[in-house]
Design a binder for this molecule. Structure first.
Ligand SMILES: [Ca+2]
Length: 232
């Protein structure tokens, strides 16, 4: 039995966040803010409607996660990045440091191909297991969304560091437009990578659930809906 959770933030408008049952594994969805990433070298970032929009105004732009991630590199070596590149550049790069090696350098990075002038938010899977220095515990991650662009924008929907066990359980939620707490009941829709059926339950918060129909009861607060996926 695996449990996955939807988290609704009911403060006027709500957004849908999906969170996997992978405690201590970083997942950034940019639901309401920059989620502790910092922007350097001619890069700025703003969050709107669950999307982080990066504006590049010079060379070598990059963004850095908070430190202290403490990711177990052996178990977690895939970086899932959903990104839309609005520039002609075709390469991105991920750097990292570990708890025992704080040198930001080329050997501690991985480049990845990026679709130029893209029309969609595209899923990139960056396999860090190919990088010899991805070992021990990862302290901090740096994303160079584009290697050579010095102008233009990039949109990021999420960044997830995960491993094969979690990838297998990855659940895709159909996107839900922003809602107010007074909106009509709506049907939760999700599919699992494994194809196994999903059962929903409200764990906490001002909402009720019948099958997959979620009714908001009008109070502000946080709603957590658990999705149980039987059979693993
Ligand atoms: Ca997002």
């Amino acid at each position: 039995m695996r449990e996955l959770a939807f988290i609704f933030c009911l403060s006027g408008m709500i957004n849908l966040v999906n969170a996997q049952d992978c405690p201590h594994i970083p997942e950034w969805y940019f639901t309401e803010n920059e989620e502790c990433w910092t922007f350097s070298n001619n890069l700025s970032g703003t969050v709107s409607d669950g999307i982080l929009t990066l504006t590049i105004e010079g060379g070598d732009p990059f963004m850095t996660s908070q430190s202290g991630l403490n990711i177990n590199a052996e178990d977690n070596w895939e970086i899932l990045l959903r990104m839309k590149n609005n520039t002609p550049d075709t390469t991105g790069q991920v750097y990292f440091i570990t708890t025992t090696d704080h040198g930001w350098r080329q050997e501690m990075s991985r480049s990845f191909k990026v679709v130029p002038e893209d029309s969609i938010l595209r899923d990139y899977v960056i396999d860090m297991s190919q990088v010899l220095s991805w070992k021990g515990f990862i302290e901090q991650i740096r994303l160079d969304p584009l290697a050579s662009a010095s102008s233009g924008t990039v949109e990021i929907d999420h960044i997830i560091v995960t491993g094969p066990d979690c990838v297998k359980q990855y659940i895709t939620f159909q996107s839900i437009e922003s809602k107010t707490i007074y909106d009509d009941p709506f049907v939760l829709q999700a599919s699992s990578a494994s194809g196994l059926p999903i059962e929903f339950a409200v764990t906490v918060g001002p909402a009720t659930l019948k099958d997959s129909l979620l009714t908001l009861t009008g109070e502000t607060g946080v709603v957590v809906v658990t999705a149980n996926q039987a059979g693993d």
